[in-house]
Ligand binder design. Structure first.
Ligand code: HEM
Length: 238
């Protein structure tokens, strides 16, 4: 008997009224796609932090330097708001991808481990699950503290040096910043490593070098940030 082969055109699979999945949606829907989004948005965040800590360290050179630097950054509103929009989009995508990846990995592991072991990637992902939200809460607090001044004890528009010094004289606020910077240390340390893996940039030959570089950048950035509240509390800058 002759076999009847039914051929269906792509039109029948995806009627005109239904939108075909674009390659961008397919990319976002895949685990690899989300990991790449996390890596790229994380890299944007790290780039911002390197610039931010370098600018903040001008506080050690006195009010004139850091206030002039802040004024310079705000002198081109178009550029400023473009950078802010990119940063905000990166943070939002980073958070959404993190949530969705966590849900996907939970779903793919329906049976709980018989014996829970806090080793290797388990430890890293548990760390990210705590440090991520801590940093998220910190950013909201930080914007209300130093950008809008809403929760600052004596905020003066454009006077960054004054705002930083008076802000960090409150010891528990400084303590909160220092604890968050330690969470940032853990987050960047694990994040930097997964970023290279997600982007397929890991190679047995260079892994040690990459790890060393990621660690040095993370430690330098975090020590740079922490040095500011510590210097204010110890009276080194006033
Ligand atoms: C001791 C550590 C830090 C100090 C002293 C500091 C200082 C400041 C100051 C003074 C501003 C306001 C600048 C202005 O409006 O002229 C600012 C803005 C900001 N900071 Fe920080 N910062 C620190 C750590 C961080 C960290 C760890 C992050 C991110 C995780 C961060 C993210 C931001 C963001 C997103 C803004 C808003 C930038 C904008 O206005 O477009 N900061 N910071």
């Amino acid at each position: 008997m002759k076999k009847v082969v039914m051929r269906q055109s792509s039109e029948e699979f995806f009627p005109r009224t239904v939108q075909r999945p674009t390659s961008l949606i397919a990319f976002w829907d895949s685990t690899v796609g989300k990991k790449i989004v996390m890596a790229v948005t994380g890299a944007i965040g790290v780039g911002y932090l390197i610039g931010h800590v370098a600018g903040n360290l001008l506080v050690f050179r006195g009010p004139a330097k850091i206030d002039a630097y802040a004024a310079f950054l705000k002198s081109n509103p178009g550029l400023l708001w473009t950078a802010r929009a990119i940063l905000l989009l990166a943070v939002i995508l980073h958070i959404i991808a993190a949530f969705q990846l966590a849900r996907m990995s939970q779903k793919s592991r329906p049976v709980a481990y018989k014996r829970w072991r806090a080793v290797g990637s388990d430890f890293a992902s548990r760390t990210m699950r705590w440090t991520g939200p801590i940093i998220g809460i910190f950013i909201v607090y930080h914007l209300l503290h130093f950008t809008t001044g809403t929760i600052h004890p004596d905020f003066r528009e454009g006077q960054v040096y004054h705002n930083v010094i008076t802000g960090f004289r409150v010891w528990y606020i400084s303590a909160f910043y220092i604890v968050t910077m330690l969470a940032l240390l853990a987050h960047l340390y694990h994040g930097a490593w997964s970023m290279f893996q997600s982007l397929g940039l890991n190679h047995p030959k260079y892994n040690r070098l990459v790890r060393a570089l990621a660690t040095i950048v993370t430690v330098v950035v975090v020590i740079g940030f922490i040095s500011i509240p510590v210097a204010v509390l110890l009276g080194w800058i006033a």
